[in-house]
Write a protein that binds this ligand. Structure first.
Ligand SMILES: Nc1nc2c(ncn2[C@@H]2O[C@H](COP(=O)(O)OP(=O)(O)O)[C@@H](O)[C@H]2O)c(=O)[nH]1
Ligand SMILES: [Mg+2]
Length: 270
């Protein structure tokens, strides 16, 4: 019954979706960023303490320490850099273990990936704690395929006797994987080149995406067309369908809020 009401409501929600401006408006409101023509938007995501800020500094030549992501006035470290004549805007997202809704940092990172539609997301992972870190990678891969996995702290992993087969990881995830020791600037040159390729290509492979049990996949397939109609290409419909099945109403409310605000004077009952 509740699901039927919800399905009815998303037909109306669908009417609210308009235009491509979510991204620009979100960047302006949350970061006061107005990208110049040809400038690529790149996000840095990852668990806390994996070296995101060190990579941010290595790429931008800046020396930032912390960002304030609390509450509604989301402010993160934003920097610009150029590589082989191409300009990038880099945003250091708050450290997070997942992209849920429970914590402000998680929601901020999720919102950025959903609504800023970055040309690439660098997910930084700790080479010594790959298994734990891959949880976030898989979550990001559900929202976007424009991902570069940066396996950082390679020096510490080596000291601990951990060898990472980066090519194998690339094969499994079907996204680019780069190994770095950011503290010593190792791998940053390759990271820049891979980033450039990822941003410039239109031919991105479909990455590995989690498959669930038959009953869940069936439910996803039933709901997917409705959600697809409601959100169009604005956010990944399968990802949003999974959130609906999980009962993550806060996430749905947020997506709906962002989409309905697109229609001038539009209001959605939440
Ligand atoms: N050994 C080693 N330490 C690193 C590396 N990258 C970053 N660090 C250190 O790890 C700590 C956390 O780095 P930070 O960039 O603040 O991580 P963040 O929380 O993900 O932004 C700092 O003390 C860095 O100097 C690396 O590749 N190797
Ligand atoms: Mg940091």
């Amino acid at each position: 019954m509740a699901l039927m009401c919800w399905l009815r409501s998303i037909e109306w929600w669908g009417e609210c979706v308009a235009g491509e401006d979510i991204c620009r408006r979100y960047l302006k409101d949350a970061f006061d960023i107005t990208p110049n023509e040809g400038e690529f938007i790149v996000a840095l995501a990852g668990n806390p303490n994996v070296g995101k800020s060190t990579i941010f500094n290595a790429l931008t030549g800046m020396d930032q320490h912390t960002g304030n992501w609390a509450g509604k006035t989301v402010v993160g470290a934003v920097g610009r850099f150029e590589w082989i004549g191409v300009r990038f805007i880099l945003v250091d997202l708050p450290g997070t273990y997942s992209l849920g809704t429970r914590r402000a940092e998680e929601a901020a990172a999720r919102d950025f990936i959903c609504f800023a539609k970055p040309d690439a997301v660098i997910v930084v992972v700790d080479a010594s704690r790959l298994e734990r870190n891959l949880f976030l990678v898989l979550q990001v891969l559900e929202i976007t395929k424009r991902v570069v996995v940066c396996v950082n702290l390679m020096d510490e992993a080596k000291e601990n006797g951990v060898m990472i087969d980066l090519l194998r990881l690339e094969d499994i995830l079907r996204v680019s994987v780069v190994g770095t020791t950011a503290k010593r600037q190792e791998g940053i040159y390759e990271l820049r080149n891979v980033l450039l390729r990822t941003c410039q290509t239109d031919d991105i492979r479909t990455p590995r995406r989690s498959r669930y049990s038959a009953v869940i996949e069936e439910a996803v397939n039933d709901l997917l067309p409705y959600i697809k109609r409601a959100v169009g290409e604005t956010v990944d419909a399968r990802w949003l369908t999974m959130r609906r099945l999980e009962g993550d109403t806060e996430c749905l409310r947020r997506v709906r809020e962002m989409l309905s605000a697109q229609k001038e004077g539009g209001q959605c009952e939440l």
